[in-house]
Every structure is written in C-alpha cells, then in structure tokens.
Design a protein around this ligand. Sequence first.
Ligand SMILES: [Zn+2]
Length: 241
Amino acid sequence: MNDKLVVTGYIIKSVTYLENDAIVTLLSADGLLTFKARGVKKITSKLARLINLYSYVELELTKTGKHYILTNGTVISSNSQIYNSLDSMCLLGLISESILTFLNEVDISIFILFNDLIKAINGEFDPFTMTLICLSKISLKAGYGLNVDECVKCYSKLKIVSNSFKLGGFICLNCANGEALESVEYLKTVRYVFKVDEENYFHHVISKKLSIRLIKEILEHLSYCFDYPKLVFSDMINNLY
Ligand SMILES: [Zn+2]
C-alpha cells in the first residue's frame, strides 16, 4: 500500500546510508520526520538538491512499508549563504543537534524557534542571542528549565543574588552559602531567556560575551542531565569561543 505525504520544513540532518542513499531528518511545524532519499549521492541525482542542510523545502514522500521515501519536491529557500559563515554553521549545528538529542517530542514551538534562528542568521537579528533563547527553550521543553521566579531553597523573591544550574534556579542572599554571587545583568538575562515569549524573541540583544557564557552553561547543564551524550557541536562551541 502506498501513502503519499507532502511536508514543508527544514532539513536538519542527513546521513549517508549504504553507498548512494541518505537518511534525512526534516523539522516541520508538526515535528520531526525521518525519511530515506535514494540515490542522492550520485552526481546525476535530481533529488540531491532537496536534502541540503538547512534548506527550507517542500517534499513529496511515499510510504513504503514502515519507511517514507523521498519522491519529489521543491526548494523554497536554499539558505546556501549559511555555508559561508563558520558562526552560522556552528550555531545551527548546535541547535539541530540539541533538538535531536534532548527532545522526545518536537512541536510547533520548536519549529518557530528554529525558523527565527534562521532569520537571525540571515541578518534579521543577533544570532548568538537567538541561539541562547533556543537552548533555554529546549531545556524547558526537556523538563530541565530553571526556576527564575524565586529562590529555589526558601521561595523568597527578594535579594536574588545567584543562580545554580545544579539546584535548578535562583538563590537568594540568605541561602547563598558558597554559591558565586552574580551581577544583576547576568541574573536579568537568565530570567529573560527563560521567560521571553515567541512574539518577543527579537526584542532584546544580549552581549556576545554573556550569550556565549550562558550557551556553554546551559549545554553543560543539559549534558549533565542527560548523562553526558557526545555533542559534536558542543565541543566546537568550546573550541571556537
Ligand atoms: Zn533563599
């Protein structure tokens, strides 16, 4: 029995399979979809252009048995300029890998985040701020967000002076024995990235230095929560910045 499906989304993973095929993952508004693309490693393949990383595509898939097979499609936006920037490749790689590693369920909110990250990388906003927002929202979705409303030890909302990923959020002055005191800017930023809603992702730019510090801290936190999976792009972030 054949089942046809038309889907629109971003190619976020492509792995060579056997000699000439690829197993490809698409991120759409409905979630993740993995399919097989036959013969795409041959230079004569007409389907190869449909599975380039970070392209925005409309694909026709046919269900054969348990698997979807790519049969046709259109490139809506190739986003090929992304390949010219190491920053862009690294940030998109990191967020794609984080979605695939840390999330069991991917819904439209993740698609909106990724779509906004592509827009940011294409010049509409600061890509490091948007990457940090993506990671914060991924950790919330994964069930490892921070409590940024009150002290996690005594529930006081007053005199918040520190943040602990290990304890799960903010800490007040009375409870901060041994915890490093943080600047107001740092604490406000942590609260902002965990709280900001979809309509306001592009409203506030965070300094590159602070964005990178928090990206690394959230990655370390997620990695710890998931028993240290090997993230290629996490190593790359640590080496680059
Ligand atoms: Zn407290």
